[in-house]
Design a protein around this ligand. Structure first.
Ligand code: PLP
Length: 386
């Protein structure tokens, strides 16, 4: 069957590899070798494992196919993928970025790229402000979109952004970590590049750090990324590549449960008298609902809530909740809970945090795939303490 004809639920299982040709092994072998024998000087399929190796090839092919892209690259972390992409664009350029982005993305843009490569970043609430073309500068090379955003789950209409930007040389990049390719395929909505922290839903079990870039219609950019991936060397180990290939096989079934559990919990918290506000794009009442229905297949497993009370009652809630683990990160099979202002978003200045709406009573939940009634009970019990 032609790859393009396969449905997503089949691609996650069959893309990237068949049975091993040498042995018939159903699962792809892990090639740990750092170097490869050449038949004659310069005559080889693989040369040195940083440059390329068979296990990474399987993963990169798989990433490409599940995002419907042309070129896929695996990195040692999401940040390494983001760094490679911004390096590929050179120096002395501008980025138009949505304002509610992963804390580490802001940190690398503001503290590394702007200082070392004279990259200028303009942050705008791209979910509300539709004047996208109006924010473009002469040297803008990239529009950075994170949708759903972190931690406020704001959505940006990818298709509308691509259509509104007159200059086709400006690349539209989507950080698709929160949605996962099961729920959203930005390249099919007009984005040029997708990035992932594969640490999250792609890995799905909170046991690897990884990143990915998938590119469409831009062989020149893909060539630069390939060069940087090898030259800088922020590549995943063959073992991590194997782990990701294994994890992605269950992405569809995991996401289905994440979606269902999160929607049910969002509806439940919406009615709770200790909760001020629920941020989840799958709620009919959510301002992002229309865009969510248009560009997402499911609404994902992440939601944020604003609790009634203050910092102390919020801490008490977090210290006492059962089942949910108080920890950074997201996207694993287990439910996690965290306090953005103190934990994941602490690297953002307090003033900017407040402008964004990351208050001291805001909590982010990564809803796992446990029994939803147990999760509701745990939330209810901890909320009764505040
Ligand atoms: C975690 C995360 C990153 C960074 O990825 P790492 O794998 O931690 O380097 C980037 N974007 C988003 C949305 C994330 O959640």
């Amino acid at each position: 069957m032609n790859t393009k004809d396969k449905k997503f639920n089949s691609k996650v299982i069959h893309s990237g590899h068949g049975a091993d040709e040498d042995t018939g092994a159903v699962m792809p072998p892990i090639h740990l070798s750092s170097t490869f024998k050449q038949k004659s000087p310069g005559d080889f399929k693989y040369e040195y494992a940083r440059t390329g190796n068979p296990t990474r090839d399987v993963l990169e092919k798989l990433l490409c196919e599940i995002e419907d892209g042309e070129f896929g690259f695996a990195f040692s972390s999401g940040m390494a993928a983001i760094s490679a992409l911004s390096d590929a664009l050179g120096g002395n350029y501008s980025i138009l970025s949505s304002d509610d982005v992963y804390g580490g993305t802001r940190r690398i843009f503001d503290k590394i790229k702007s200082v070392n490569q004279n990259v200028e970043i303009t942050y705008v609430d791209l979910s509300k402000d539709n004047n996208w073309q109006g924010h473009i500068k002469e040297n803008t090379k990239m529009i950075w979109v994170e949708t759903p955003s972190n931690p406020l789950l704001k959505l940006i209409d990818i298709e509308k952004i691509r259509k509104s930007i007159n200059n086709q040389e400006i690349i539209v990049v989507c950080d698709n970590t929160f949605a996962s390719p099961y729920n959203q395929q930005p390249l099919n909505q007009g984005a040029d590049v997708v990035i992932h922290s594969s640490t999250k839903y792609l890995g799905g079990h909170s046991d690897i750090i990884g990143g990915a870039l998938v590119i469409n219609n831009n062989p020149e950019l893909a060539e630069k990324i390939k060069y940087i991936q090898n030259a800088v060397g922020s590549v995943p180990s063959p073992f991590d590549c194997y782990m990701l290939v294994r994890s992605i096989k269950t992405l569809a079934v995991r996401m289905e449960r994440h979606n269902n559990n999160a929607l049910e919990i969002a509806n439940y918290l919406l009615k709770h008298n200790k909760v001020n506000n629920v941020f989840y794009p799958g709620l009919n009442s959510d301002p992002n609902y229309e865009v969510a229905k248009k560009q997402m297949k499911g609404f994902g497993g992440i939601l944020s809530i604003d609790l009634k009370g203050d910092i102390n009652s919020t801490k008490k809630f977090l210290e006492n909740i059962e089942i949910f683990t108080l920890a950074e990160s997201l996207g694993g099979v287990e439910s996690l809970i965290e306090h953005p202002a103190i934990m994941t978003h602490a690297s953002i200045d307090k003033k900017i945090r407040e402008e964004l709406g990351i208050s001291d009573t805001l909590i982010r939940l990564s809803i796992g795939i446990e029994d939803v009634n147990d999760l509701k009970e745990a939330l209810d019990k901890a909320l009764s303490l505040i």
